[in-house]
Write a protein that binds this ligand. Structure first.
Ligand SMILES: [Zn+2]
Length: 290
C-alpha cells in the first residue's frame, strides 16, 4: 500500500507470469541489449529459462476521502480470448482478492480506463445468467472519447478480431447500461485526481495523475510496459498503434518524472510495480518506492 499524503493506492494483481518473447514484443529490440542488462532483468523481469518478459496484470485501487476508484480492470473471467490461452475463459480470484483488501464491487465509485485493450478492461463486466453486466454496479466508467471512437470503428470493421472482441464484451455492455462517461483531453475526477492524454500506444490512451498535498503519483497505463524501456524509451511494443507517437509520449513522461519524488505506477512491471524513475547516464532506471 502506498500513501500519497491523504490518498491510499493499492495494487491488486490478477496474474504475473512470463508473457512474451522480448524480440517479438519490441520490434526494434536487439538481443545484445537484453544481454547487457541481464544482471538486473533476470529473474524478476525476464524468465531465465525461456527468456520471456515477465508481466504483471493488475488493477490499482485508489481511496480518497470521497471516493474509491479502480484504475483499469485487468483480464476478467469467462472472456473468450482464443488468441491468449492464459486469458481464455479464465476463472481467477480477482473479486475475492479485491474483497480481501476491503473493496466490494458496490463500493467502487469510478472505473478509470487508461485504454481499451483486453487486459485493462476485462473486469469491467462479468457474466451473469449468460449476459455481460457491469461488475461495479455503482461506478461510472470513465473512457476517453477518442479511444471509444477508435475501437467502436475497429469493432464495426472486424467484430471478431482478437482485440475488438473485448470491446463487445467489456465496453459495450457498460455503455448500454448507461454507466459510461466519455471525456476529452484532461479530465478531473476530484481535487487531485485527473486524467491526462498519453496517446500513441492507442489513440486515446491516458495516464492518471494524483496529487495530495505535496505528494504526487502517476498511473502510467501502457505508456510503458517493461523496465527495459527505461534504457530504451524509443522501443514501442508490437501492440502500439502509433509507434513513433508512443515513443514520444513515453520519453516525455520518463524525462518529466526522472529524479523527482513522484511515485510511478506502471501497469505491467513485475511486482512490486510502483517505483521512482531516475536518470542513469544518458538513459534512465528506477528505484524501489519506499
Ligand atoms: Zn495496452
Amino acid at each position: 500500500m502506498h500513501q500519497i499524503n491523504d490518498f491510499r493506492l493499492q495494487s491488486v494483481i490478477e496474474a504475473e507470469e512470463p508473457f512474451v518473447a522480448p524480440l517479438a514484443f519490441f520490434p526494434d529490440a536487439t538481443q545484445d541489449v537484453f544481454d547487457a542488462h541481464g544482471h538486473w532483468l533476470r529473474p524478476r523481469f525476464q524468465d531465465p529459462e525461456t527468456g520471456s518478459l515477465i508481466f504483471a496484470f493488475q488493477s490499482y485501487v485508489l481511496r480518497t476521502a470521497r471516493h474509491t476508484i479502480l484504475i483499469d480492470s485487468c483480464i476478467g473471467n469467462d472472456k473468450v480470448r482464443t488468441n491468449r490461452p492464459g486469458w481464455h475463459l479464465r476463472q481467477g480470484s480477482f473479486l475475492d482478492d479485491l474483497a480481501a483488501i476491503g473493496v466490494r464491487p458496490e463500493a467502487i465509485d469510478f472505473v478509470l480506463c487508461t485504454h481499451l485493450h483486453a487486459d485493462h478492461i476485462g473486469w469491467n463486466t462479468r457474466l451473469v445468467d449468460g449476459r455481460w453486466v457491469p461488475t461495479f454496479p455503482n461506478a461510472r466508467y470513465v473512457i476517453a472519447r477518442r479511444e471509444y471512437d477508435f475501437w467502436e470503428q475497429r469493432h464495426r470493421t472486424d467484430p471478431d478480431g482478437p482485440r475488438e472482441i473485448a470491446f463487445a464484451d467489456s465496453v459495450l455492455p457498460v455503455v448500454e447500461a448507461g454507466k459510461s462517461v466519455f471525456v476529452d483531453g484532461d479530465h478531473q475526477i476530484e481535487d487531485g485526481v485527473w486524467l491526462e492524454p498519453a496517446p500513441g500506444h492507442t489513440p486515446g490512451s491516458m495516464v492518471v495523475n494524483l496529487r495530495s498535498g505535496d505528494a504526487t503519483a502517476v498511473l502510467l497505463g501502457d505508456s510503458i510496459h517493461h523496465p527495459i524501456q527505461l534504457k530504451r524509451p524509443d522501443w514501442s511494443c508490437m501492440a502500439c498503434e502509433d509507434k513513433a507517437q508512443s515513443a514520444q509520449t513515453r520519453r516525455g513522461l520518463i524525462e518529466r518524472y526522472a529524479d523527482t519524488d513522484t511515485l510511478m505506477a506502471p501497469a505491467h512491471f513485475a511486482a512490486p510495480s510502483p517505483c521512482r524513475f531516475v536518470r542513469d547516464g544518458d538513459a534512465f532506471g528506477f528505484e524501489a518506492a519506499l
